[in-house]
Design a protein around this ligand. Structure first.
Ligand code: FAD
Length: 288
């Protein structure tokens, strides 16, 4: 099933994101966690793509298993960093053979210790998106950044480039994580004004360990509201308290998004079925 059809549901729904193992030897363990998440029947699941294509086979394998075993629609992420046209077309063929219809197309970042041409064929995600659309019948989405993107001079430039991505066929957008919903509402207003009218799926990351916040900020540069920082400062050294506080904060963010008319929220569930289940249980009666 194509994600553009999934997103037409008027009832609030949530989806989960998982990541493949870095090493093949860990595949069985990761697959167990991923299938436990799939058994909760989220609206869809997305499977990330390791830096520079390091997990390419496992992304397709996991996405295929989610669909085959639990009939949950899956999105396979795909990056074009370090990739030529032929290697991307090989992966697209693998996806078709595994029944994958949905792709989140990304530029990707230069992997650590990577030598060689960083963007040998596709320079931006928009070029990858255009090529995928030409290649076959995929529903293709892209990433967006409510707090701007470090390489852009300002938010305006970022939104203008986002418009290019949508104009070449990007059918939905998933946001970078954020901890302050007002930043998302503001962003939505600004992109709608610029004529970007595709569905925008907010991504919510439950922070359940004290040191996870530092890593999340390093990766995304996201703004941390004072009350959230206070929470992490206070509970960060107490694993059980931090886990509970992080689940409640993420639940609260999702409830606020739904109360403001957002029908679909993507949860960065990080291969943690227990965290995803706790959020789902908190939302019983609110989401499908
Ligand atoms: P682009 O959309 O190409 O943008 C990159 C830069 O180029 C921006 O500055 C943009 O403004 C500019 N730009 C874009 N198009 C044009 C144009 N036509 N002309 C001029 N400038 C342009 N990384 C992974 O390795 N694997 C994953 O699975 C993964 N999943 C992600 C999921 C989400 C929801 C998000 C938000 C990010 C994810 N990333 C992933 C990280 C992503 O690969 C990096 O953030 C990367 O640096 C940017 O990718 P992009 O697709 O947003 O790039």
């Amino acid at each position: 099933m194509k994600i553009r059809e999934v997103l037409t549901s008027e009832k609030p729904t949530i989806s989960f994101e998982v990541f493949p193992p870095k090493q093949d030897t860990d595949f069985a363990e990761v697959e167990r966690a991923v299938l436990e998440l799939a058994s909760m029947h989220p609206e869809y699941m997305s499977v990330t793509y390791g830096a520079g294509g390091s997990t390419r086979g496992n992304t397709v394998r996991l996405a295929g298993a989610i669909q085959r075993i639990y009939k949950v629609p899956a999105i396979a992420h795909l990056t074009c960093v370090g990739a030529g046209k032929e290697s991307i077309h090989e992966i697209l063929k693998d996806m078709q053979a595994s029944g994958i219809e949905n792709i989140l197309a990304l530029r990707g970042d230069r992997p650590r210790d990577f030598e060689g041409e960083v963007y040998p064929y596709y320079r931006y995600a928009s070029e990858l998106i255009a090529d995928i659309k030409e290649f076959g019948d995929f529903c293709v989405g892209g990433a967006c950044y409510p707090e701007g993107y470090p390489e852009d001079a300002n938010k305006e430039e970022n939104i203008n480039n986002l418009k290019k991505k949508v104009d070449v066929g990007c059918e939905y957008l998933t946001t970078q994580m954020f901890f302050d919903n007002n930043i998302f509402y503001n962003f939505l207003y600004r992109i709608r004004e610029k004529g970007i009218n595709v569905p925008v799926i907010p991504g919510v990351m439950p922070i359940t360990r004290g040191n996870q916040l530092k890593r999340a900020i390093e990766l995304s540069g996201t703004n941390v509201p004072e009350h959230f920082r206070n929470m992490v400062d206070h509970f960060g050294d107490n694993p059980e308290a931090m886990r509970q506080a992080g689940i409640i904060y993420a639940t609260d963010q999702i409830i606020d998004l739904i109360a403001n008319g957002i029908t679909h929220v993507h949860v960065y569930s990080m291969n943690k079925p227990d965290v995803a289940k706790a959020i789902r249980d908190n939302l019983a009666g609110i989401v499908e």
